[in-house]
Ligand binder design. Sequence first.
Ligand code: ZN
Length: 182
Amino acid sequence: MGTPGAFCISCGAALQPDHRFCPKCGAERWTPAGESPAARPPPGPGTQPFERTPPVPAASPRLRWLPFVFAAGSIFWLIQLVQFAAVLSAPAGRDQLRQALTQAGLSGDVTTLLVAESVIVVLFMGTAAALHAAAYFGLRALRPWGWITAVIVAAAWSLILVGIPVLLVLLRRTTRRAYGIS
Ligand SMILES: [Zn+2]
């Protein structure tokens, strides 16, 4: 066999895997019947095994900016939330909000209205920030649900027009394909 550690059957000299004849006495290398040692020489010591790198799914380089639009949107809504909380926590801010409610022609207990308004605003801003964050992480991970969340968020933004260009990018066939939506 053409394995390392073979020896000449005539003189006992060590044979390298590529030696068909003994380098010392010239005898032909013994091989089991039917095997052809020269047919396929074993790899030499310098041969590196070919390492296969697993294919990494990657978004098109043109789309790398897309998740960050939604990260920016999440930060925007978190800032809005903090600003609203700051207005609510200050007595002057609460007075301003009460005045605005009264001027809007709302009747009834203004304090109750203010609590209701605050709950609605905080829920809205919190949901908006969470949806933007979900779209960011889903798009980064190339998940179909990331694309769906991004479309919902961009559609909401389209009501005030700024979401339309993002929505158009999301709905392109190449984008849909990158996120597994056909
Ligand atoms: Zn020999």
